[in-house]
Design a protein around this ligand. Structure first.
Ligand code: TYM
Length: 480
């Protein structure tokens, strides 16, 4: 699917191609087919943006999107399908807050969470990894007046293995469940992945079961957690489907085009899918947990790429008599090659998967991890490093919980002009919880088992003693 800017650029290129063919005096059929393609693209552009294509004038903010500002600007692209920026420091998150119309997580909010829960805020909050929110104060107001809320997050199972970036929202959700002691629903959008990827329904469903093991192994409260596959739950829950239909009735094609950039050539499944991701935001989609109550507020932790779905959901909620869900947004765990893109399952070399062996992890980090912009180790030593763009150091900000130790590594990293990997090597024994270069991370991660894959909804089982994440993180830190 193309964004308005992508389509504008493709149109510009096609305009040039037509001119070129004409200048070369190409045969009539060739000219005709290039012109027809240009005209069709202009129609798509008009449908997508509500504007006529004009060479040299990129699209402005789309008129039909009344749920929030357009997704992409010249530098940063952030949407559910693509995250990219030209800056080595990563996406400009302050700019994104303005563009998406969300609120920055200020120190005052972090302090309030600490006060209300009586717990030290998670390091993702202390370090600004969760950086933006919608209506979090409302959740805390409700909680203080003894009204409960519930958590909702999800995963689109596009492969058997999740990567480390996917764990960021799940880890944080686990912490939120622990400190607030609230129910959690986890949506596995196997239907979404079938619609978007070249995968069979059977594969998508199988990936749901595989990925659920990694999610379960994060250690959620088995009595308060419901993990479900869309392919199973949609058919099994009339309440859920009723909410899907309500959302579908109140969002127009123009609105989803404006928010997600769908075009006329996208299949109708994609166009109606956002309603399915919206439905878990309403408590009466889960009568087995909340009875017929539709007034239990929902809090959604996710990376900010998922925000378009929930801008749409928040826009439609009051129109169908429901509360708007609140959100907590995280930054992106960067690709090995640098923070210009997020770690993504579609590029195996950009990612560390939970099924990678320790040896594979070591190789990937050594071969691909961007370490501060200097071409050689010698140059690096001479000129010093820059933790702002050093991927290995960025990974530590996500995973090394000890603030003092992190600061020490940062200072050493600058002062001694050593690569972060070298600093890690020296400190490895401090973190080594048994990772060996030859051992399969997957052998040791001891995924939780799902007893009966045929059951219609996934039952949460006891998490293993040795948690996937602990093992995995120690592996990354040790081997970096
Ligand atoms: P998916 O499978 O793309 O991603 C799952 C969760 O991981 C987040 N994420 C990341 N976080 C940090 N760094 C990264 N590099 C990174 N890559 C992905 C995503 O934001 C997401 O929170 N359509 C969704 C599934 C879904 C969902 C939800 C997600 C359904 N309902 C509610 C969040 C909340 C998807 O395909 O996610």
């Amino acid at each position: 699917m193309s964004s308005p800017m992508d389509l504008y650029e493709q149109l510009t290129a096609q305009g040039l191609a037509v001119r070129h063919i004409k200048a070369q005096k190409g045969n009539k059929a060739e000219v005709e087919s290039a012109v027809q393609l240009l005209l069709r693209m202009k129609e798509d552009y008009k449908l997508l943006t509500g504007q006529d294509y004009q060479a040299g004038r990129p699209p402005t903010h789309t008129e039909d999107d009344d749920s929030g500002p357009a997704e992409d600007d010249e530098d940063d692209q952030v949407n559910p399908w693509n995250v990219s920026t030209s800056s080595a420091k990563g996406v400009d998150y302050d700019k994104l807050i303005v563009r998406f119309g969300s609120c920055k997580i200020e120190q005052e909010l972090v302090d309030r969470i600490a006060r209300v829960t009586g717990k030290t805020p998670h390091h993702f909050l202390r370090r600004g990894i969760f950086f933006s929110h919608r209506d979090m104060h409302q959740i805390l107001d409700a909680y203080e007046s003894r009204k409960s809320f519930y958590l909702y997050t999800g995963r689109g199972p596009s492969s058997g293995a999740m990567h480390v970036g996917h764990l960021i929202p799940f880890l944080f959700t686990k912490w939120l469940q622990d400190v607030f002691d609230v129910p959690l629903v986890v949506q596995m959008t196997d239907d979404e992945k079938y619609l978007w990827k070249d995968l069979s329904l059977e594969d998508c469903h199988r990936y749901t079961l595989e990925n659920a093991r990694d999610i379960i192994a994060c250690g959620f409260d088995p009595d308060k957690t419901f993990i479900f596959s869309d392919l199973d739950y949609m058919g099994a829950s009339p309440s859920f489907y009723r909410n899907v239909v309500k959302v579908q009735k109140h969002v127009t094609f123009n609105q989803v085009k404006g928010i997600f950039g769908f075009t006329d050539s996208d299949c109708i499944g994609k166009i109606s899918f956002p309603a399915i991701q919206a439905a878990p935001s309403f408590s009466n989609s889960f009568p087995q947990i909340f009875g017929d109550r539709n007034d239990v507020q929902c809090l959604i932790p996710c990376a900010i790429d998922q925000d378009p779905y929930f801008r749409m959901t928040r826009d439609v909620a009051p129109r169908i008599g429901y509360l708007k869900p609140a959100l907590l947004h995280s930054t992106f765990f960067p690709a090995l090659q640098g923070a210009q893109t997020k770690m993504s399952a579609s590029d195996a070399n950009s990612s560390i998967f939970l099924t990678d062996t320790a040896k594979q992890i070591k190789n990937k980090v050594n071969k691909h991890a961007f370490s501060g912009g200097k071409d050689t180790v010698e140059e690096h030593r001479k000129l010093g490093g820059n933790p702002d763009v050093d991927v290995s150091f960025m990974y530590l900000t996500f995973f090394l919980e000890d603030d003092e130790q992190l600061e020490k590594i940062r200072q050493e990293r600058c002062a001694s002009h050593r690569r972060t990997e070298e600093v890690f090597d020296r400190d490895a024994s401090a973190h080594d919880r048994g990772a060996s270069g030859e051992t399969q991370a997957s052998d040791r991660r001891d995924r939780a088992t799902v007893h009966d894959p045929a059951q219609t909804t996934l039952q949460l089982l006891e998490p293993s003693e040795e948690r996937t994440l602990t093992v995995f993180c120690s592996c990354v830190i040790t081997l970096c």
